[in-house]
Ligand binder design. Sequence first.
Ligand SMILES: Cc1cc2nc3c(=O)[nH]c(=O)nc-3n(C[C@H](O)[C@H](O)[C@H](O)COP(=O)(O)OP(=O)(O)OC[C@H]3O[C@@H](n4cnc5c(N)ncnc54)[C@H](O)[C@@H]3O)c2cc1C
Length: 300
Amino acid sequence: MTDVLVVGAGPTGLTLACVLARQGVSVRIVDRSPSAQPGSRGFTVKPRTLEVFDDLGIADRFMAAGWVAARTRVHLGGSLLADFSIGQDKPSATRPYPNSLALPQFKTEEILRDRLADFGVRVEFGTGVRDFQANAGGVVVELDTGESAQVSYLVGCDGGRSTVRKRLGLRFSGRTEEDVQVLLADAYVEGLAHSNATQIWLGADTFVARPSGEGGRWQLVASVPPDHPEPSARLLEKKTGPRTYWPGPASGRPELAVGLALPPPDGRHLPRRPGVPGRRRRPRAQPVRRLRDEHRGPGC
Ligand SMILES: Cc1cc2nc3c(=O)[nH]c(=O)nc-3n(C[C@H](O)[C@H](O)[C@H](O)COP(=O)(O)OP(=O)(O)OC[C@H]3O[C@@H](n4cnc5c(N)ncnc54)[C@H](O)[C@@H]3O)c2cc1C
């Protein structure tokens, strides 16, 4: 019999499954998504988290994959307010990983899944938990594959809309700002200068662009008016376009092409799509649909 069923294969569930499997506990980890989530989402791995990963024997994989996002450029309207770089701290005995690492969340999850596989455990995708009931043996869990699994313990790591939490009648601490909408996109943007810098445009129309570590790929975060009907690729283009035209050093090219992009589930890099200077390319339809599903709204 399985000792522990971990529900949800995000960073929380994967880390827990690694810790348990390393201790020799028999563990299953299920996720209702058909495959690994491809979005960049959480982008910063903090020093203390790196210490946890060190304990799991994977800090070196994170150090090799991530980078320290040092440079930031801040704009207001058409003006550049600041362009600064934060120095990197040196490791010490008490702070072995002194700097936060930039790394898209899909990569964090990939490294954790690989570590879990080292312990002989694989994520069971396409396997959601529907319901569960405590019994003498622990918990009997109904999976949406039709399986009924008897386990000693069930752990809910199933995110903000957790089925496990709701089923247990537990409250979600915190609050949701219903009128705050954010559009988050992983996109190939050509013509955006200063490709090593996080770019922040302040004001009512806040916009952030962070380089994603692969040539031309950026994480774009835009505020969306509450009354806007649907976050869409068109809206993303409208917000990105003017911001490639800021008056800046000569390296800024006034050309732009935006193509929404999601990495394939196995984490291989997408080939960079060729750009046409001076023309915008319409984003593909499929990623836009996923964008709506996965990255819209507060609390996402
Ligand atoms: C725009 C944005 C930026 C962010 N930036 C950062 C950042 O810089 N640093 C940071 O640390 N965090 C950041 N976060 C937050 C980060 O993405 C989350 O904290 C993180 O994903 C939470 O991990 P988790 O494993 O707890 O849950 P999730 O990643 O939500 O994983 C839960 C998993 O459970 C699965 N699941 C749900 N219900 C069921 C069910 N019934 N049965 C089986 N499986 C189920 C889901 O498919 C999902 O894979 C950001 C988030 C967003 C949206």
